[in-house]
Design a protein around this ligand. Structure first.
Ligand code: FES
Length: 72
């Protein structure tokens, strides 16, 4: 899905930028260009950042849980 129409950036590219460390819309913009023109896609970028942050947090908890289970 195209997130940033001004710069032709997809949600997949934005997600990749977040997974590689971008933690704000400005950092996503520096990483892939999304949101650097009219900023109309800013709310969508922020939603993707929140979603990816929750996903990463849940993955970390799952990893800790599985480590605790496998060592006990
Ligand atoms: S739609 Fe993303 S900067 Fe305009």
């Amino acid at each position: 899905m195209l997130v940033c129409h001004c710069n032709g950036v997809s949600d997949k590219t934005v997600r990749r930028a977040v997974r590689q460390g971008a933690q704000s819309a400005a950092e996503v913009g520096r990483a892939c260009g999304a949101g650097t023109c009219c900023q109309g896609c800013g709310p969508t970028i922020n939603r993707i950042i929140r979603h990816e942050s929750h996903r990463q947090a849940n993955t970390s908890v799952s990893t800790v849980d599985s480590l605790a289970t496998s060592t006990s």
